[in-house]
Ligand binder design. Structure first.
Ligand code: SF4
Length: 355
């Protein structure tokens, strides 16, 4: 326990009051807050895992328009669900959400506690606490990166963590000691909102912070230095991909449903899927980072000759998709975006030129 914790716990009633007053006046009008339901909370929480709110909003709005409740989602086809998720990344979340809807509709009463929600695949302690506290007033604290930052600063904790999950584990007891048991959902959202809007990673707005009077880091002038995490080691990986077109169709690779990553999703195939070596220089180079790995994706325009057609016919993971049906092919977001950028709006004229 850091030296700031007992002081903060003893001030808990006044702390909650200040925080909630600020939250009610200042929270962002996010679509899942304007109209609430357990279903909308579940969808927003699963979409928001490892994804920025600004990215989630248009996906959420389209999703709940198409599938407004658990029953509607349970009726959807898996391929439709994956296509609607394309671009959000971490596609196992889409499959978990769809499976969760199918399980919930089979139950007489939806689960109410965080412990019950945690039994669903893809719902970890954080998501379960968010769903149960916001939708069913279960008094369980939600601890995410924003909450860790707020608590580390309030208590001026100088500890250095190896990763986020270790810090979450350390701060969960304190967050549970502070929670407002009458309004746990609002309290949790208020803590996260404070971290997102006021107690920001850089330039925290301590002057306008509703809980500044209890903040040890502010008093010591060290807010921006907390919390402390060990430096991450990053890795670079180069992948070579083949862009193969034939008669208005593009060759794609679809991962089997048993695959550990990207099950059921499609990507631009690797050169190795077609047993070819990288030609002298790629037509296009794209970079993206997933976790601590930066992928440099080198894409080569490959002619659909006899060898390529023979390989594609032999490999069950390769399939041809019409250019005007790319959106429904459950391609991963970056690959769909790169292909759209490359194709003209009419999807026709650029394809025979080098990228
Ligand atoms: Fe964060 Fe500053 Fe508020 Fe402390 S006073 S909780 S550092 S915004």
């Amino acid at each position: 326990m850091s030296f700031g914790e007992p002081k903060l716990i003893s001030a808990a009633p006044a702390f909650r009051k200040s925080l909630l007053l600020w939250f009610f006046k200042n929270h962002r009008p996010l679509p899942w807050r304007k109209k609430t339901s357990a279903y909308r909370t579940v969808v927003s929480e699963l979409m928001s895992q490892q994804t920025q709110i600004a990215t989630v909003i248009p996906y959420f709005e389209k999703w709940v328009k198409k599938w407004p409740d658990f029953a509607a989602l349970a009726q959807a086809k898996e391929s439709e669900v994956l296509a609607a998720w394309a671009g959000l990344g971490y596609y196992s979340r889409a499959r978990h959400l769809w499976q969760l809807a199918r399980q919930v509709v089979e139950q007489k009463n939806p689960p109410r506690t965080a412990k019950e929600w945690e039994k669903f695949k893809g719902v970890g302690p954080y998501t379960a606490a968010a769903i149960a506290s916001i939708s069913f007033a279960d008094p369980v604290a939600v601890v995410d990166g924003n909450v860790v930052r707020v608590l580390a600063r309030l208590t001026a904790s100088q500890k250095q963590w190896l990763d986020r999950s270790a810090s979450v584990k350390d701060f969960t007891p304190l967050a549970n000691a502070l929670i407002d048991t009458r309004k746990p959902g609002d309290f949790n959202q208020a803590m996260m909102e404070l971290g997102a809007l006021v107690c920001r990673k850089t330039s925290p707005d301590c002057v306008h912070c509703p809980v500044a009077r209890w903040c040890q880091a502010k008093a010591l002038g060290i807010a921006e230095r907390l919390p402390k995490f060990a430096a991450k080691t990053s890795r670079k990986v180069v992948v070579h991909r083949a862009l193969v077109l034939q008669s208005e169709k593009l060759l794609i690779k679809r991962y089997p449903l048993s695959a550990r990553r990207l099950a059921g999703m499609a990507e631009i195939p690797l050169l190795s899927d077609l047993a070819i070596n990288p030609p002298s220089s790629p037509s296009l180079s794209k970079r993206r980072t997933i976790g601590s790995v930066t992928y440099e994706e080198q894409i080569y325009h490959i002619k659909a000759d006899v060898d390529i057609r023979r390989h594609s016919a032999k490999n069950p993971e390769l399939e041809w998709v019409k250019l005007n049906q790319l959106t429904d092919a459950a391609l991963t977001g970056p690959h769909l975006r790169w292909l759209r950028d490359w194709l003209n709006p009419d999807g026709l004229t650029k394809r025979d030129k080098p990228l």
